[in-house]
Design a protein around this ligand. Structure first.
Ligand code: AMP
Length: 499
């Protein structure tokens, strides 16, 4: 089925066509007509399914076809999209701009860690669509710099992640300030009891849709293990990159320190590489991501947390330099490649220390991953396993995100002077003078990393079976599909499943 049959207007079809989308993805096929009807929606879909266009396109259409309820001198905020991380907020707003290219609607993005003044200016000029993280939005609400009295549509994107990050109280505070009558769309990859409760309180007879988890079979992703000795991984990585002339390689390491070291070593090998992780400044991360996206940077080395939400079209290569401690992270990592129908390749460099981790991963994805020893890099058959440094960022240490636990908000991670491990300041309450960091328009200074692993985004936590009736209980009912996620959340606070 093509986009033409979904009831979208010509300017939207033109924009979609220019982006090279030929067919709607399954979530778009279901979500677009449902949202166009104007009712509430509960959607089970994870990132990579095309869910952003699934809600953005019909929102743009609705807003462009209906005049704001009360005509005033300035554009009222009519749609609000809440996301768990800055990165996702920035990406979603980019999509809003891209899909709305031929419409006269204005959007802006607001999150912490950057000056609030440019955001205030954008709001003053008038915007139709705001994409925000909960903390910074609340700051604006408290400072009365945003008027949401004419809001028509609310989207909670990646609601499960927001709850995992401890945003439930912020979300409730935001909801309390919105007008009662509005269209609500809730997107979540998993359905815990908390999500069920949120859906019950938020949604009115929602349409229910869901798409299969795309990573459970990972058919479009070619996975491979290269067994190698622990101290020859870097050499092997360089060899693979050079031999295959790989570009846009996203490499995962277990620790921030490991990411830094690897990026430095690759650079010494003549391969352009930068590391992103929670201790990097906002500007360093923004720069690294921009260079990676426009392909001036060959390799981006990232920790799991920093890589969340990076969406680069058809990322061709993902390398697990270290296997992750938590098997579900493997699925997230390889999900960075082969997005939305494209093919991808995920290779893992596995040393003797990681054989148990590999087993856990294979058990989770329910199949063995093909192994290929690279000539010249045969592992020593007599090598003895050594304990793995378990502690990765955010695991086993203090919880990284969520106001509820005293963490700073919305991924604000400006490094403390003289202390690379410094925690950031909470957005909007930064001691930095407001506007100290140039944000250009409100879309500048993007791409920060989330600071908290999203426990519930894990393979095996498949959305509920398709429900036909408009009854959230039917979709969400039965045993919580987040049982493991819950266990993992607890596990992470105490060091990750005891490992
Ligand atoms: P999302 O799940 O919204 O993060 O989207 C994942 C990726 O799929 C993004 O890079 C989109 O640009 C891309 N995408 C969304 N819809 C389509 C489509 N219908 N055809 C091809 N790519 C798409």
């Amino acid at each position: 089925m093509s986009f033409d049959s979904l009831g979208l207007s010509e300017p939207l079809l033109r924009a979609v066509n220019e982006l090279g989308y030929t067919n709607p993805t399954p979530i778009q096929l279901q979500a677009i007509p449902a949202v166009l009807k104007g009712g509430d929606l509960l959607a089970g879909a994870q990132t990579g399914t095309g869910k952003t266009a699934g809600f953005t396109l019909p929102i743009l259409q609705r807003l462009s076809q209906m005049a704001p309820a009360a005509a005033g001198s300035k554009r009222p905020v009519r749609a609000l999209i809440l996301t768990p991380t800055r990165e996702l907020a920035a990406q979603v707003e980019e999509s809003v701009r891209a899909y709305g290219k031929y419409l006269k609607l204005r959007s802006t993005v607001m999150f912490g860690g950057v000056g609030i003044n440019p955001q205030i200016d954008a709001l003053r000029r008038g915007v139709d669509i705001v994409v925000a993280t909960p903390g910074r939005l609340l700051d604006h609400m408290q400072q009365k710099t945003i008027d949401v009295s004419q809001l028509e549509i609310l989207v909670l994107d990646e609601a499960d992640r927001m709850l995992d990050m401890g945003f439930i109280h912020d979300i409730k505070r935001v909801l309390a300030r919105l007008p009662q009558k509005r269209q609500n769309l809730l997107f979540s990859a998993t359905f815990s009891d908390e999500i069920k409760a949120l859906a019950d309180s938020l949604l009115d007879s929602p349409a229910l849709i869901e798409v299969a988890r795309r990573n459970t079979t990972a058919e479009r992703i070619e996975q491979k293990i290269h067994p190698v000795d622990r101290d020859r991984k870097r050499e092997l990585l360089t060899h693979l990159i050079r031999q295959h002339d790989w570009f846009q390689v996203l490499v995962f390491t277990r620790t921030k320190h490991g990411a830094n070291r690897l990026a430095e070593q690759l650079t010494k090998d003549g391969i352009s590489a930068l590391a992103i992780h929670g201790n990097k400044s906002q500007s360093a991360r923004t720069r690294a991501l921009a260079e990676f996206k426009d392909q001036t940077l060959q390799v981006l080395v990232a920790t799991d947390i920093a890589a969340r939400g990076i969406d680069i079209d058809q990322l061709p290569h993902v390398v697990n330099f270290d296997l992750p401690n938590v098997p579900e992270d493997y699925v997230h990592r390889i999900g960075r490649t082969g997005r939305a129908g494209a093919e991808g390749e995920a290779v893992s460099l596995v040393c003797v220390d990681e054989l148990q981790l590999l087993k856990d991963i294979e058990r989770l994805i329910k199949r063995p991953i093909p192994q290929e020893v690279i000539a010249g890099f045969e592992p020593d058959p007599n090598a003895k396993p050594e304990p793995i440094q378990r502690r990765s960022q955010g695991r086993g240490g203090p919880r990284e995100g969520g106001r509820a636990h005293g963490g700073s908000q919305d991924q604000a991670r400006a490094p403390k002077a003289g202390n690379s491990a410094g925690q950031g300041q909470r957005d909007g309450r930064s001691s930095k003078p407001a506007g100290a960091k140039p944000a250009g328009h409100a879309n500048a200074g993007v791409k920060a990393a989330p600071r908290r692993p999203e426990a519930a985004h894990a393979a095996g936590h498949a959305p509920a079976p398709r429900a036909k009736a408009g009854n959230p209980g039917a979709l969400l009912g039965g045993k919580s599909r987040n049982d493991n996620g819950g266990a993992r959340r607890d596990g992470m606070r105490t060091g990750g499943r005891g490992r």
